[in-house]
Design a protein around this ligand. Structure first.
Ligand code: 6PG
Length: 255
């Protein structure tokens, strides 16, 4: 299906260093969640994996920041997961548990882990069902997250939507298993329609090795198969790129 949506201009925020980036991400996170709770009584956030968000998760777990959010009104999900058990060093759930979940008064029922130990296909199907139940949406509707946190790989992937992989073309599912030959594994990932539906997407990127992918994603010639993070150009909500100077250094707008 051709994307007919109006291209949405992303908001690009360049921060001087990692501490400033963490602070900015914390402010966006707290504001998005508090606003949703004020409007609807609850908030749904999808966490990203990898290493970049660790500092943000640690900051959210520390007083007084952690006291700014009514965590019992927050439902946490993951935008993707590796095909490993939850206690594996590469598990995105484990990283968030250690840096954030273990330090929050969040009810276990509000933490929606991808059950990767069931196998990628079964875990993806189960997760999609759980998503629909929590959001109370019908099979034809796409849940709207208040916030989806994303990273970007040096190859331009985001979540576990890697270049030239089958999940990139999926439009009729929310969560799928995605075989990623370039890293010799299968991941579980949100699909583009679910990411694009979010009210707010925040992409965190630091370091020079992300600079080329960030520039391709934001300003490069349209080729989503080659740079999957370009799917954010068709987002329906706000897209905010929080970058340090190195990650933003190849942007024309960086001057
Ligand atoms: C994952 C992430 C992935 C990540 C990027 C960036 O499961 O690894 O969801 O999309 O955000 O690969 O990872 P870093 O933050 O480690 O650079």
């Amino acid at each position: 299906m051709k994307e007919q949506r109006q291209m949405r201009q992303p908001e690009i925020v360049m921060l001087p260093d990692a501490a400033a980036l963490t602070e900015a991400a914390t402010r966006f996170f707290v504001e998005a969640v508090r606003s949703a709770i004020a409007q609807r009584g609850w908030s749904a956030v999808a966490l990203s994996g990898g290493s970049t968000p660790r500092a943000l998760y640690r900051r959210l777990a520390q007083p007084p920041v952690c006291e700014e959010i009514k965590w019992h009104r927050v439902h946490l999900f993951w935008g993707d997961e590796r095909a490993v058990p939850p206690d594996h060093p590469e598990s995105n759930y484990r990283m968030a548990k250690e840096t954030l979940l273990d330090h929050l008064p969040i009810p276990p029922a509000n933490v929606h882990r991808i059950l990767s130990e069931r196998g990628a296909d079964a875990a993806a199907e189960q997760y999609e069902t759980e998503l629909r139940q929590v959001f109370g949406v019908t099979p034809g509707e796409v849940p709207v997250f208040d916030l989806i946190l994303l990273g970007i790989g040096a190859d331009g992937h985001t979540a576990s939507l890697f270049p030239h992989t089958a999940a990139l073309a999926v439009r009729d599912r929310l969560v799928v298993a995605n075989e990623v030959p370039q890293i010799g594994t299968t991941r579980i990932t949100f699909t583009a329609p679910l990411v694009q539906a979010a009210a707010l997407v925040i992409v965190l990127a630091t370091g020079p090795d992300k600079a080329d992918a960030v520039a391709r994603a934001i300003e490069g010639p349209k080729d989503v198969e080659e740079t999957p993070a370009q799917l954010l150009r068709c987002a329906q909500g706000r897209v905010v790129w929080l970058l340090d100077r190195a990650a933003g250094s190849r942007l024309a707008s960086a001057g």
